[in-house]
Design a protein around this ligand. Structure first.
Ligand code: ATP
Length: 231
């Protein structure tokens, strides 16, 4: 699967410009500053946005978990079935697989943010072999974040994920990293993503520390404190 020469403009403004990368088996992590076009890229892959130029080549069905969701007063089952068109049993199986077995009759708007994300993750998993996830670990406590990372790590042999996120921890379980900046994309192997590359992408010094076989990515917040002294 691949993205080639993708150019997407929204409201006449170019957001993605000549973006090319391969969607590899496993977990494809898309990183980039706020407003760099991560959601736009996922929507273009999902076919929601049509590119002005270039193309996306994917195999099979796509499941898409958006970063934001309407807080519907509907049962979890109705949220799962909405617009999806898959058999109810399939949704229930994935709901159980993400640890929410038995939640199908609960009211979606009465769930916690983490539980809502898990419901929408189950929906995306039920609907696609290629699964697009927008900010799957945002606003989660460490336990829910660990649960989602565990689900991704376990399932990446069965599914191909494209994950847009600000969560640099995900680099540890990624198979490919796409950095977006100024509408342009650079594809790297996870082991090539170092402090220098990240500092350049986000415009703030980011230190990489190895701990117990994984990498911790630490932005230098003292940099901001120094910068703000005059304010
Ligand atoms: N429907 C739209 N019409 C016009 N401009 C849009 C539209 N949707 C997004 N944009 C603009 O496109 C740019 C990229 O937005 P996008 O949501 O893809 O970024 P992002 O990388 O996902 O950001 P964040 O990390 O803040 O979620 C932003 O400047 C945004 O204002």
């Amino acid at each position: 699967m691949r993205v080639r020469g993708l150019t997407v403009s929204l409201g006449g403004v170019p957001i993605l410009v000549d973006v090319s990368f391969d969607i590899v088996e496993g977990l494809n992590l898309v990183l980039g500053p706020n407003g760099s076009g991560k959601t736009t890229l996922l929507r273009a892959i999902a076919g929601i946005y049509r590119p002005q130029r270039g193309f996306v080549e994917v195999d099979g069905d796509i499941g898409y978990m958006p970063a934001e969701f309407a807080d519907a007063y509907m049962t979890v089952m109705d949220v799962l079935l909405a617009g999806g068109g898959r058999a109810p049993g399939r949704y229930l199986a994935w709901l159980a697989a993400v640890g929410l077995g038995g939640y199908e009759r609960r009211i979606f708007s009465e769930l916690s943010t983490g539980q809502k994300r898990l419901v929408l993750l189950a929906k995306a998993l039920a609907e696609g072999r290629l699964v697009l996830l927008d900010e799957p670990t945002a606003n989660l406590d460490p336990a829910h974040k660990a649960a989602i990372m565990g689900v991704l790590q376990r399932l990446k042999r069965l599914k191909t994920f494209v994950v847009a996120s600000h969560d640099l921890d995900l680099i540890n379980i990624a198979d490919s990293v796409v950095l977006l900046r100024g509408g342009r994309a650079t594809q790297l192997k996870p082991e090539e993503v170092d402090g220098e590359v990240l500092s350049e992408t986000y415009g703030v010094p980011i230190e990489v520390v190895r701990s117990g076989g994984r990498k911790l990515f630490l932005p230098r917040y003292d940099f901001y404190r120094q910068g703000e002294e005059g304010i």
